[in-house]
Write a protein that binds this ligand. Structure first.
Ligand code: F55
Length: 830
């Protein structure tokens, strides 16, 4: 460290704020010249975006540094959010708002000959996630930074994020790699000095430690480096700045000269390649576990590097180990980081020399686990042989954790063999499997679901036997939330402005409950008009995007009906498109006078299917086949249009979400843990058509049941219906049968390709209850049409939607985590 007088000098020389637009212009020109080495005759939009971002980054890094300094001095308890995925989207617009300098930068950029709108479009999405789980992590770091909680995210720096989706000429999904770093990334900082070894394979040996005690030790195998990259996460209306630390894998020995000299060139090169590949690509499956060795390697690599970093920070405080959980909270985002439990136990026992029980006490006080799904195919299980091969010492530790746990259970419930089988972390299959979710329950002090219904199902369906062992208090609910900054303030400037004008302040941006005051204007005719004008302009904006990018013209006077999310059978995009076909059938049979009474509709789909998910990809194909026929049927005109927007991602969601009249959240009851896009749409004054599932239920409770269109089987009825279908088969709903007949007639092209999809309705039962729910769905859609024709009523409902959304702010959710799980206090920046 520098001595006092030098410190003062450094302080006096610290870069100062950019006080005027001239300062900002200078900073942008500086970065163009020196960071990018571009001449002023040679600056295009991409370069200008980059220079502007570097300039903004300087401001952020200043806050980053003061935040770290403050934390260093106060040394409070910190929380680390371990998430394989952070679906951040774009950073520039968000940073400009957080630093409250968007206006100044827009002026400066203009003075230099560019438009801010153009520059914002230059930025590639940081798409390091699949869907809801990854976007949730992004919202939570936003809220943590804004609320000044000392929270860091830890994840992986994938070279390729979620693939880019292309819809080919036949209407099928193709995938191309998302090389998002091709133009550099001004929002990350590589930390060459923060680098750890991560080990794989090898064997377990017995060794003597300094005290002459024998200890097990993990030896041999292969090593890689983990190098840190930091991404600053600005808070809104605060000088606090959060951080996400992402690890990149690197070869350990820059080159294995030994192997090379021995003529084994392939081995030398392959070691390098393996290390470089480890963090190359994000697995593109949502709600489905791939079970691949490379995935387990990614998980352990990330968890190991993160724990080494966290422990190094803890050790600097010179506190005794028993205070670890007073200083550190670790949140496990789904099953992906659960190896961290075994890894921390290993580090404490094998490396730090703690006794097993003291170490285990620390572990269980430190970890908490968030579950995001009850779908069995999404819960990770790793085969014991794979684990023994890749992580031999961890496998032993998991066996021991299980043994000691089962001994305790046996003591509590003597002779209850069934119970022991039900709670064992090891599944006695061929080969044996490690049930990662069970390891998380045993190794954590709290387990939470992400919406009220889901949290009940977690207790009832996933971990019933554990309630017996631990009591129900260990299992809690924290309903998801979304950040109002990105999802209203940024994405919907027109709505933002009338809300602020009406409420007389911007307080709602950080206190979303304030929106409730809008209720008193719900019947105000002048306000309704303003409100619906905003909706109209947002629909025009989306219509323009669709026209420019897809060549399809849609009328903003139509009802915009949107379903955008990952394509999955349980989310039932199939139900939606079958409903569209039904609508088309009816239109075809109407005369002109009947048609004149129809509410014109644009049905918009978007979302990626996992590349290996055949049935989901077939749903995309069906949507596009239907779109082609319907959109080209001149007799239908504007009464019905179908659009599949390719490559749905965060930046597109920001245009799509504000433009909905209705959005669909129609999962089979009990399958969608929460959903978060439902919250985004309602926050933006969109009504929803949904099932009694996930957070839809709580949205209904908050906004009032008269403001939501709900239908469908209830979750507790689903198992019986499935059971009966298995025995007695499925008798398809009559309207559904007519729709299927139309598909099979070849109305949408070669029908045989859709057979595997149609089979999911009948073979072995209609697992997702499409037929069961079809009639209720159609009836609700008719109600939607009728209600939409009453413009005043619709406007009122739309206002009541936004007004009721205070609860769904991620600020509220993060506060709940901090209070109920992390025991964490904010560290004010001023
Ligand atoms: C990704 C990889 C695996 Cl191996 C498993 C799951 C996923 C994944 O992307 N899950 C996911 O997005 N889950 C969603 O989490 C949201 C946030 O809690 C929920 O709102 C949503 O219901 C749930 O499906």
């Amino acid at each position: 460290p520098l001595e006092e007088t030098l410190l003062e000098r450094w302080k006096s020389l610290a870069p100062h704020d950019l006080a005027s637009t001239t300062d900002i212009e200078k900073s942008i020109v500086y970065h163009t010249t020196y960071t990018l080495c571009r001449h002023r005759y040679n600056v295009d939009k991409t370069a200008m975006y980059s220079a502007t971002s570097h300039s903004v980054r300087d401001l952020l890094l200043k806050e980053w540094n003061t935040t770290q300094e403050r934390l260093h001095v106060t040394n409070p308890k910190r929380c680390y959010y371990l998430s394989m995925e952070f679906l951040l989207g774009r950073a520039l617009d968000n940073a400009l708002y957080c630093l409250s300098t968007k206006k100044e930068y827009a002026e400066s950029v203009k003075a230099l000959g560019f438009s801010m709108e153009d520059l914002l479009e230059e930025e590639r999405d940081a798409a390091l996630g699949n869907g809801g789980l990854g976007r949730l992590a992004a919202c939570y770091v936003d809220s943590s930074a804004t609320l000044e909680y000392p929270v860091w995210g830890y994840g992986l720096r994938f070279k390729y994020g979620i693939f880019k989706q292309i819809i080919n000429n036949e209407g099928y999904q193709d995938e191309t790699p998302d090389y998002w770093l091709s133009h550099g990334n001004p929002w990350e900082l590589r930390r060459d000095d923060i680098k750890y070894d991560v080990q794989f394979y090898g064997y377990v040996a017995t060794k003597m430690n300094d005290a002459g005690e024998s200890r097990l030790s993990w030896e041999g195998g292969e090593k890689m480096y983990a190098v840190a990259y930091d991404m600053p996460i600005p808070g809104y209306d605060t000088k606090n700045c959060g951080n996400i630390r992402l690890w990149e894998s690197q070869p350990h020995n820059l080159f294995d000269f030994g192997a090379f000299n021995n003529g084994d060139y392939d081995k030398a090169v392959n070691d390098q390649k393996r290390a470089n590949n480890l963090t190359a690509v994000l697995y593109p499956n949502d709600n489905h576990d791939s079970g691949k060795e490379l995935r387990l390697k990614q998980e352990y690599f990330w968890v190991s590097a993160s724990l080494q970093d966290i422990i190094r920070r803890f050790k600097r405080s010179k506190r005794p180990w028993k205070e670890f959980s007073d200083q550190v909270a670790l949140q496990l985002n789904d099953t992906h980081p659960i190896m961290a439990i075994a890894e921390l136990q290993r580090l404490l026992v094998d490396v730090e020399g703690l006794a097993w029980d003291s170490a285990w006490d620390i572990v269980t006080k430190t970890f908490a686990f968030t579950n995001h799904t009850v779908l069995p195919e999404a819960l990770e299980r790793w085969s014991v042989p794979l684990m023994e091969h890749l992580l031999p010492r961890h496998m032993q530790i998991i066996y021991d954790i299980n043994l000691f746990f089962l001994q305790k259970v046996e003591k509590q419930f003597p002779g209850d063999r069934d119970l022991l089988n039900q709670v064992s972390i090891i599944e006695e299959s061929q080969p044996q499997q490690v049930r990662m979710a069970y390891l998380a329950v045993v190794g954590s002090h709290k387990v939470n679901g992400v919406a009220a219904l889901h949290s009940e199902l977690v207790k009832k369906d996933l971990f019933p036997a554990f309630i017996k062992c631990f009591g129900p208090e260990k299992f809690i609910n924290i309903t998801n939330g979304i950040t109002p900054r990105r999802w209203l303030y940024q994405a919907n400037p027109a709505l933002r402005d009338i809300i602020t004008e009406t409420l007389g302040s911007e307080k709602w941006v950080t206190h979303l409950d304030e929106l409730a005051q809008l209720k008193k204007f719900a019947d105000d005719k002048a306000f309704q008009k303003k409100w619906m004008d905003v909706k109209y302009r947002n629909k025009q904006r989306l219509a323009k995007w669709i026209s420019t990018n897809m060549g399809i013209d849609v009328s903003p006077d139509s009802l915009f009906d949107i379903q955008v999310k990952r394509i999955h059978e349980y989310k039932r995009q199939f139900l939606n498109i079958l409903g569209v076909i039904h609508r088309y059938r009816e239109l075809c049979e109407m005369n002109d006078s009947e048609r004149s009474k129809v509410t014109p509709r644009v049905v918009i789909f978007g979302g990626k299917a996992a590349p290996g998910y055949f049935v989901a990809k077939l749903v995309i194909k069906l949507i596009n086949s239907v779109a082609k026929v319907v959109n080209n049927d001149e007799s239908i005109g504007d009464l019905l249009k179908v659009v599949f927007i390719p490559d749905y991602k965060v930046s597109l969601a920001e245009i799509i979400t504000p433009a909905s009249d209705i959005s669909q959240h129609i999962s089979t009851a009990g399958t969608e843990a929460s959903g978060t896009s439902n919250m985004k749409f309602v926050l933006n004054g969109g009504l929803i058509l949904g099932t009694v599932d996930g957070a839809n239920i709580e949205i209904r409770d908050e906004i009032g049941e008269e403001n939501i269109f709900m239908f469908g089987t209830l979750a507790d009825k689903v198992p019986d219906i499935r059971h009966n279908q298995k025995f007695y088969g499925v008798l398809l709903d009559a309207n559904l049968q007519a729709v299927i007949d139309l598909i099979e007639s070849g109305a949408f092209g070669d029908a045989s390709i859709f057979n595997p999809l149609i089979d999911t309705l009948t073979y072995g039962g209609d697992y997702y209850l499409i037929s069961e729910d079809f009639d209720g769905y159609l009836k609700k859609q008719t109600e939607v049409d009728d209600t939409f024709r009453d413009k005043t009523l619709w406007a009122k409902k739309s206002i009541m939607c936004t007004a009721g959304m205070g609860f769904f702010s991620s600020d509220r959710a993060v506060r709940e985590y901090a209070d109920k799980i992390w025991n964490l206090k904010p560290i004010p920046s001023e």
